[in-house]
Design a protein. Structure first.
Length: 332
């Protein structure tokens, strides 16, 4: 059995509030796994408090922050990408020779992960998204030799107003989803959320990810590749597997396994995985023990379906009845 790249834990929520400047700096260093240097700090006004809330998975975090300080600091390179949406105030950034100022409504990548940056902030309210760099590689293509290469962001602001709007909608959707405790405790849902977030980064900001299949990918897109991929999916559908895991099990690149499924089955690996999980959910609905308190919602979430309306519509198209009907008949 091939081990999935990463098993994601349930998402966790944290809240932090303080009017102590030193505690604020210590907290930020811990939360973002960095070391702020060359600090210049202005005191907060009496009664003003630093506030920070976080929804965190193992490879991403969604943050809300209010920083009632005049502050400048140097930030060392991180092993993650931080995307900032300014809600209020002014945030300045110097990185790689660029000197920018961002105001309310602006969305930008905090800094090049390979370069230090100097940040200046005063009385800012921010929404931040932190994505681990390996997660970007999971949802992007590999090189023609199938050796994973780092993904580089080549533009620090959204590629278009439409891309910026899609970014805002996706982050708001995931924030609302993961605020729901029943969804946040399901590893399959958290894993899907992490990959959706990483994929949205790659469609929002210019980057070096490879999009089209290469000649080698096309040669690898065989029926044997599909069989290996299906065997892995059938065995591991209950775990948090990604397309990258499926490709690794089939011993080809991500683009090759995607092209193989299109060529031989007229579908995608992700869609095939959803079909398998739908079948497993159907089985659970048929065989559930009502004394355990299982419901359509809990069974759907167990198999990675976090939208009840979409799950119901897909289930009805496939089986001709609603999941509630199946559950009722099974427990009648």
């Amino acid at each position: 059995m091939t081990t999935p790249i990463a098993a994601l834990a349930p998402a966790e929520r944290t809240e932090f509030t303080t009017s102590d400047t030193d505690l604020t700096i210590d907290y930020i260093n811990t939360a973002y796994q960095t070391k702020l240097t060359k600090l210049r700090v202005g005191r907060a006004r009496d009664g003003d408090q630093f506030r920070h809330s976080r929804i965190e998975g193992s490879s991403f975090a969604l943050d809300d922050m209010w920083w009632p300080l005049a502050l400048s600091f140097r930030q060392e390179p991180l092993n993650s990408l931080i995307i900032i949406h300014v809600d209020a105030g002014v945030l300045g950034r110097e990185c790689g020779g660029d000197d920018d100022r961002f105001r309310a409504g602006d969305i930008f990548v905090d800094a090049d992960p390979d370069l230090p940056a100097t940040m200046r902030a005063f009385d800012v309210a921010l929404r931040l998204v932190q994505v681990d760099l390996p997660m970007l590689a999971q949802v992007a293509a590999t090189s023609p030799s199938r050796i994973p290469r780092p993904i580089h962001i080549t533009g620090y602001q959204p590629a278009s107003p439409a891309a910026a709007q899609n970014w805002c909608h996706t982050v708001a959707y995931l924030r609302e989803l993961l605020t729901n405790e029943s969804a946040a405790t399901q590893p399959l849902i958290v894993g899907n959320a992490a990959r959706l977030l990483a994929a949205t980064v790659l469609t929002t900001f210019p980057n070096t990810a490879l999009v089209d299949p290469t000649a080698q990918d096309r040669r690898d897109a065989t029926s044997a590749t599909v069989r290996r991929a299906i065997a892995f999916i059938e065995e591991c559908a209950h775990t948090d597997i990604s397309v990258a895991d499926i490709a690794a099990a089939a011993k080809v690149s991500i683009r090759a396994v995607q092209f193989a499924f299109r060529r031989h089955l007229d579908t995608t690996p992700a869609a095939y995985l959803r079909t398998v999980r739908l079948d497993r959910a159907h089985h659970d609905l048929l065989t559930t023990n009502p004394s355990r308190g299982d419901t359509v919602t809990t069974i759907a979430a167990r198999w990675g379906f976090y939208s009840n309306s979409r799950f119901t519509a897909r289930y009805r198209r496939t089986y001709g009845v609603t999941p509630r009907d199946t559950l009722h008949n099974a427990t009648a």
